[in-house]
Design a protein around this ligand. Structure first.
Ligand code: 2U9
Length: 344
């Protein structure tokens, strides 16, 4: 029986040694140490042994069992470690590999230009005033010196919702509302950016919805020269320090006198090219001294207060700045167009 146990031990240790995976190791555990295994069998047959043999064989059987158990345990730890090593090797990450590019968005070119203009005027002491896009006839027209029968109302074909309510045709109602809220006390120094709506057929230069930035400055002793100074700073900051400006007489119902502002062509410097249509000048915005009727209707005494106002289309500014030839590009949201305006 001693030989039987020893050969069992050698056979088991040999098999444990050559086990390739945890599953076969588990099978060996069951085979040699399980309830129906050969060692249990030996221990069960102990009764048939002599008194002298019993402790010797019993001791040997226990030793063999312990040896096999510890060989299995050792092998198990080895196999588990190998498994972890293989897994780590398979999952290892090369941190020096280049990452996959992340898609980064960018400002819409119109938003970028509007924010640039806002920042510029904020730097000159203006605040931003916003208001409703659905307006009533009074703030959109009457308060701006455009009574019901005024022919200039035709200049701005409007989207009416009812007889008295419409989509604003300009951001001027914001200025009228802000002035009214000041209860006749200056200064009021604001710019009003926002969407406006006109009953136009869309083409390369017209859109039924577009953006405007208007501004006004009301205080005592505000003069046309103040307007000229502010707009010169604007033109230089927006289109280059060597820009010249010129004011041409014009007409707007809400300003008197009214002027349109041109800047010297930033493309040819004023010699004449296709951008300035060979004139050397590019029209940028409209402006003027606020009409006394408008001041009065918004609660300011025109004998005490005066002010200037201006209005521009940021689409036109952006089109000039970036050489865009169709206003519809701003509203089609074609990524091939939008991607061209990524900031560095
Ligand atoms: C109040 C008083 C005066 C706003 C002004 C203009 C001249 C002007 C156009 C430029 C291009 C609009 O987008 S555009 O078509 N605007 O030329 N806007 S003065 O004058 C005001 C506004 C509000 C209370």
């Amino acid at each position: 029986m001693k030989e039987q146990l020893e050969s069992l031990r050698n056979e088991a240790l040999e098999q444990v040694k050559s086990a390739q995976d945890l599953k076969s190791l588990q099978d060996l555990r069951v085979k040699y140490l399980g309830k129906k295994g050969p060692i249990t069998e030996v221990l069960r047959g102990m009764g048939k042994l002599s008194k002298e043999e019993r402790p010797v064989i019993g001791q040997l059987a226990n030793d063999v069992r312990e040896m096999i158990e510890s060989a299995i345990k050792e092998k198990q730890e080895h196999l588990e470690m190998e498994k972890i090593k293989a897994q780590l090797a398979k999952e290892s990450i090369d941190v020096t590999l280049p990452g996959s590019p992340v898609q980064v968005g960018n400002h819409h070119p119109l938003t970028a230009v509007i924010e640039e203009i806002e920042d510029l005027f904020i730097g000159l002491g203006f605040s931003i005033a916003e208001g409703p896009e659905v307006e009533n006839d009074y703030y959109n027209f009457e308060a701006l010196n455009l009574p019901k029968d005024h022919p200039a109302r035709d200049m701005q074909d409007s989207f009416y919702i009812t007889e008295e309510i419409l989509l604003r045709t300009h951001t001027s109602p914001n200025q009228a509302r802000t002035m009214e809220a000041h209860n006749g006390k200056g200064p009021v120094k604001i710019i009003c950016p926002g969407k406006v709506y006109r009953r136009d057929t869309d083409d390369a230069t017209h859109s039924h919805q577009f953006m405007q930035i208007e501004g006004l400055y009301v205080d005592k002793n505000v003069r046309l020269s103040d307007l000229k100074g502010i707009l010169t700073v604007f033109a230089k900051k927006m289109f280059g320090e060597d820009r010249q400006i010129r004011l041409r007489p014009s007409y707007f119902p809400f300003t008197e006198p009214s002027v349109e502002m041109d800047i010297s062509c930033f493309h040819c410097g004023g010699n004449g090219c296709s951008v300035c249509k060979k004139t050397g000048w590019i029209e940028i915005l409209g402006s003027g001294m606020i009409h006394p009727n408008v001041l009065e209707m918004s609660g300011f005494d025109p004998k005490v207060y005066s002010g200037f106002a201006f209005g521009m289309g940021p689409e036109r500014i952006a089109m000039l700045k970036y050489g865009i030839n169709d206003i519809r590009h701003f509203y089609n949201n074609d990524v091939r167009f939008l991607k061209q305006f990524k900031r560095a």
